[in-house]
Design a protein around this ligand. Structure first.
Ligand code: S3P
Length: 261
């Protein structure tokens, strides 16, 4: 064997070690999940991720190719989260609720903590149309926008383990709810009108409340929608005075309980 062949053989042995370590690591990730569930422990533990990060920073301090190693570890962490998310949910999660109920915040949090793909319906519709939601309403009218929502939900049939952050009006159409339930669970996020007002007051891309940002108007529209929201929901989570972490934990545990029934 010449020198090059020897080096390649050594490299191959390294890859064997990495592969075995990854297979073992992934099994441990699954075992940790099972343990947390069996002992009813929180599934999302941000402090543990921070500890792992501190450990890595300490270990690679002063080492060569630091950036490349950090890159590999962040990919390993991302993929561990994917494994956890897939173990938890083999379906889509549709977040519904009034404007400002926290759908986007919670989907962002699930994307960070469980590496779940997120479909932000308003954002995708605005991107595809090349204009803001307010401009779509103004140019083509509300029905046109509602049809775009329905079509996007139909597209979701080919996906799984995605968090879909619906528009506030999405569950008002019965056929939309039917689409959601085909391959997903529907989670209704609620909040008091006062909380909603506080969350939406500085945003200007919600045409239905733009000129009516008051508690009575919000309370009235919310009441008009309540029946359909509740009929669509598999679970309901109140969000007032709760952190994103609290809300996600509650959601995970309640969805898991639903699946076990
Ligand atoms: C709407 C809610 C908005 C957006 C559109 C209409 C509604 O979404 O889809 O302005 O009918 O409640 P958010 O709930 O994400 O703000």
């Amino acid at each position: 064997m010449n020198q090059l062949e020897i080096l390649r053989e050594n490299l191959g042995q390294c890859d064997e070690i990495i592969l075995d370590a990854l297979l073992m690591r992934n099994r441990i990730v699954e075992d940790i999940m099972s343990y947390k569930e069996a002992h009813e422990l929180p599934i999302i533990q941000p402090e543990q991720e921070a500890r792992q990060q501190d450990w890595l920073n300490g270990r690679i301090d002063g080492k060569r190719h630091k950036k490349e190693i950090i890159d590999v570890f962040s990919s390993i962490t991302h993929n561990s989260k994917r494994i956890q998310a897939r173990n938890l949910f083999n379906y889509n999660i549709f977040l519904i609720g009034f404007m400002g109920a926290g759908k986007s915040t919670i989907s962002d949090y699930l994307s960070t903590m469980l590496a779940m793909d997120v479909v932000e319906m308003d954002q995708i519709i605005a991107q595809r149309q090349g204009m803001s939601i307010s401009d779509i309403f103004e140019t083509y009218g509300e029905q046109y926008f509602r049809d775009l929502e329905t079509n996007l939900l139909i597209e979701m049939q080919s996906k799984s383990n995605v968090v879909v952050s619906c528009g506030g009006g999405t569950p008002m159409r019965e056929c939309n709810v039917i689409e959601m339930k085909k391959n997903g669970h529907v989670v209704l996020l609620t909040a008091k009108p006062e909380t909603i007002l506080d969350r939406v007051k500085d945003n200007h891309d919600r045409p239905l409340i733009e000129n009516n940002k008051t508690v009575p108007f919000i309370a009235d529209l919310m009441e008009k929608r309540r029946e359909k929201y509740e009929a669509a929901a598999d679970i309901v989570i109140e969000t007032d005075n709760k952190s994103a972490l609290d809300i996600c934990e509650e959601m995970i545990h309640r969805l898991r309980a639903l699946d076990q029934n």
